[in-house]
Ligand binder design. Structure first.
Ligand code: NAD
Length: 374
């Protein structure tokens, strides 16, 4: 019999394929907990379109309270055509995701761009450049910079419209995101590439100076810098050379999408948004697949659950400090892919592979989960 859980998770499956892929992620978490002799406590709550239909709000009070009372949030995805005619602020994404990010001060966005050796054909990048796959973690500042700086707006000047956006960063904002990147690098290959435009922007000079200062606290991590224009080219030309890529909000927005594209398979890409730091280098965070609700395949039991399962793995790593267990989940996913399991989005008819359902992919991953080795 499992002991009482030390961990409480808010589970917000959302809409479309959300509940289907979330079920598989919870099965994997249950297997991890059972092997370690405890059970997670899940507080499953409505969010997004499902919550609008049930109680008239994309983020009901009960959901927010459950998140506040939890160690971390495991999120599915929200939205769909049936809610697109609502006023923008009431729609599932705007009404749930943005308020959650704001409420919990989620300032760091982590998006792994992973291309497994046997799935390089799914990437639009030439095989020769990505043979053996790649594994890059994009760390993007999420609450500052050009998107939020003041002054902001459009006014008339000499008979024409003028638009103003302002890039502002405080040292403290740069420092906290740099710490996230270096802390993550310590669990990976211990390399950080910091992106800026220090040849043109004041923000770039400050960014570079603060990142170099933070680097002194992580002597094991190798740091290099790239201008953002060069980074956009180098990430495509030689993605295997990168480990952690650190960038401010706008640059990170663009580069993390570029990296999602070259990884090739949307159903494989997890993400984390981290907020307040806790003791021991851990963070409160919200963990979710990079993709959306996939209305075109929802309800058919064919969605790829890997992004949701890897998001649960990130939750263990960054919010609970269960790195060995997170490693085991990632290894199990690689194992299932090596064994030939492919959901429809990955299946190309390649010899030795089999097209499987969402649940069968969950089974394949569970069959490769080896917690005792970790
Ligand atoms: P999408 O990511 O849902 O789908 C794009 C394509 O990728 C579709 O063909 C879909 O079938 C496929 N796909 C995505 N995830 C998959 C998975 N796990 N397995 C297999 N195939 C998968 O993007 P979209 O079609 O632009 O958006 C659909 C809805 O999702 C919209 O309402 C949008 O607003 C919402 N959305 C929500 C989030 C979020 O909750 N964070 C993010 C993006 C989009």
């Amino acid at each position: 019999m499992a002991a009482d859980t030390p961990y409480r998770l808010a589970v917000l499956a959302g809409d479309g394929i959300g509940p289907e892929v979330m079920a598989e992620a919870l099965r994997v978490l249950d297997a991890v907990a059972s092997a370690r002799g405890f059970a997670f406590t899940y507080d499953e709550q409505l969010v997004g379109g499902a919550a609008i239909d049930a109680v008239g709000s994309a983020l009901p009070d009960a959901t927010l309270q459950a998140c506040e009372a939890s160690d971390a949030i495991l999120f599915g995805s929200v939205g769909g055509p049936q809610w697109e005619s609502l006023p923008p602020a009431e729609q599932p994404e705007r009404g749930a995701l943005l308020p959650l990010r704001k409420h919990f001060g989620l300032f760091a966005n982590l998006r792994p761009s992973v291309c497994f050796p046997s799935l390089t054909h799914a990437s639009p990048v030439k095989d020769a450049l990505i043979e053996g796959g790649f594994d890059v973690l994009c760390v993007r500042e999420l609450t500052g910079g050009l998107y939020f700086g003041a002054p902001k707006g459009t006014h008339e000047e000499n008979g024409e419209k003028v638009a103003i956006d302002t890039m502002v960063y405080k040292e403290s904002e740069i420092e906290r995101i740099a710490r996230v990147a270096f802390t993550a690098a310590m669990q990976r290959d211990k390399r950080v590439t910091s992106i800026d435009k220090a040849n043109v922007l004041e923000n770039g000079l400050l960014w570079r100076a603060v990142v170099e200062r933070v680097a002194k606290d992580f002597p094991e991590v190798a740091l290099d810098h790239l201008y953002v224009d060069n980074a956009a080219m180098q990430l495509i030309r030689r993605p295997r050379d990168f480990d952690v890529v650190l960038a401010e909000n706008l640059f990170g927005d663009i580069l993390s999408d570029e990296m999602a594209m070259i990884a090739g398979s949307l159903g494989m890409l997890s993400s984390a948004s981290l907020g307040a730091s806790k003791e021991g280098g851990l963070y409160f965070g919200m963990y979710e697949p990079s993709g959306g609700t996939a209305p075109d395949i929802a309800g058919q039991g064919i969605a790829n659950p890997i992004a949701q399962i890897l998001s649960a793995g990130m939750l263990l790593r960054y919010s609970l400090g269960l790195s060995a267990e997170a490693d085991a989940i990632e290894a199990a996913v690689r194992g299932a892919i090596d064994d030939g399991a492919r959901t429809g989005d990955l299946y190309t008819g390649e010899k030795g592979t089999e097209k499987v359902s969402t649940t069968a992919m969950g089974d394949a991953i569970l069959s490769r989960l080896d917690i005792s080795q970790s």
